[in-house]
Design a protein around this ligand. Structure first.
Ligand SMILES: NC(=O)c1ccc[n+]([C@@H]2O[C@H](COP(=O)([O-])OP(=O)(O)OC[C@H]3O[C@@H](n4cnc5c(N)ncnc54)[C@H](O)[C@@H]3O)[C@@H](O)[C@H]2O)c1
Ligand SMILES: C[C@@H](O)[C@H](N)C(=O)O
Length: 344
């Protein structure tokens, strides 16, 4: 089978590998749609994210959907032919966090496309059957692949405890910010403001229903938010850019007693903050790391038409053109590229 492999020298090429055999508890999936995530692009450009270093060949990709073509001996063979999306992080299932259901905090997780664990840019992937979720008939393969970043948004909405009628500022209109917007609206938020530094990204946020967009290269964010909220500030800020000025600005845009959720990863993780401001205004500050127990909810939202994920895709490519697709994904205006294995 063909796989797209990133070498330690940062060359992304197609290789022939043996098709994997499913383990006893696995399904074997023929891949159909695989999204290109910002972290894939980061490995492609820099060869590392923090302590995770591409020091041996790595198959990228963790936003995936496909069709079950075989199952292991402990899996119901009625699953052959099912259309599925794969949840890319499989935890140890034994530690304290797994026992509590907070499996996104498991330190012994296998996460696709995170060194040394291979990902999904492959014609076939063998994966634990209970982390392969059946797609409803009206949910497409592309939507199935985008359940992964939508899950990031759903986890944010849950962390923030979004309530009906909440106002939310989302800083960053990349795939995560845009899908946070979908998730918080599905959870009941009624006023969503989105900020970014790239006009095309803001135009997309506006097209997708943002109540207000703010280009922070031209306008002061705090002033814009103050005017839009009759001087109160928003109930919740979700920081989804990782840009240090946006992290700092989040604390000025939220109302007293409000919440700030940090999901964007700052380049070195160190951002000076006014902690007295957090205390004086009694702010709740949450980190949001990946997701847990979100795939069933994401699939229900998609089946009900309660969220739109396909509208963030701006191009697709065949796996043979994976390197060109990654180059295009690097352009600042690009939101989401999708590799489709059935489009060849
Ligand atoms: N915590 C998690 O579980 C998790 C999961 C996925 C991604 N992430 C992180 O979330 C962030 C967003 O991911 P993405 O894939 O959407 O990334 P992205 O790079 O595609 O989007 C970030 C957006 O922020 C914008 N931006 C830059 N500076 C800004 C500023 N000062 N104010 C407002 N916007 C600004 C960029 O123009 C871009 O549109 C990244 O830092 C990523 O690493 C975290
Ligand atoms: C959660 C996932 O989308 C993210 N890129 C990560 O590796 O953590």
């Amino acid at each position: 089978m063909r796989v797209a492999v990133l070498s330690p020298e940062l060359e992304l090429t197609l290789e022939d590998r043996d098709r994997p055999d499913p383990g006893p508890d696995d399904v074997l999936v023929r891949m159909r749609s695989i999204g290109i995530c910002g972290s894939d692009v980061h490995y492609y450009e820099h060869g590392r994210i923090g302590d995770y270093v591409v020091d041996s060949p790595l198959i990228l990709g963790h936003e995936s959907a496909g069709e079950v073509v075989a199952v292991g001996e402990n899996v119901d063979d009625g699953r052959v032919g099912e259309r599925v999306t794969l949840e890319p992080g499989v935890p140890c299932r034994r530690c304290e966090h797994c026992a509590r259901g907070e499996y996104n905090l498991c330190a012994d997780v296998t996460f696709m496309a995170t060194p040394p664990d291979d990902g999904a840019f492959a014609e076939y992937v063998a994966w634990p059957a209970d982390f392969a979720y059946t797609l409803p008939d009206n949910v497409s393969m592309d939507e199935g692949a985008l359940v992964e970043p939508l899950s990031v948004g759903i986890h944010v909405a849950r962390r923030a405890d979004i309530d009906v009628g909440d106002s939310v500022l989302v800083t960053g209109s990349g795939p995560i910010g845009l899908l946070v917007m979908e998730a918080v609206r599905a959870a009941g938020a009624t006023d969503v403001i989105v900020s970014d530094v790239v006009p095309e990204k803001l135009a997309l946020a506006e097209e997708r229903g943002a109540d207000l967009t703010v280009d922070v290269t031209e306008h002061d964010l705090q002033t814009a938010v103050t005017e839009a909220t009759d001087g109160r500030g928003v109930d919740v800020v979700v920081e989804a850019s990782g840009a240090p000025p946006a992290v700092q600005g989040a604390f000025d845009a939220v109302q007293r007693g409000g919440s700030v959720v940090l999901v964007g990863l700052a380049p070195d993780g160190e951002v000076p903050l006014d902690t007295n401001e957090i205390i004086d205004n009694e702010l709740d500050v949450f980190g949001s790391f990946r997701y847990r127990n979100t795939y069933p909810a994401a699939l229900d939202l998609l089946a009900d038409g309660a969220v739109d994920v396909e509208g963030i895709i701006d191009f697709d490519a065949a796996i043979d053109d994976v390197d060109a697709a990654f180059q295009r994904a690097q352009e600042p205006e690009t939101v989401k590229g999708m590799i489709r294995l059935d489009s060849e």
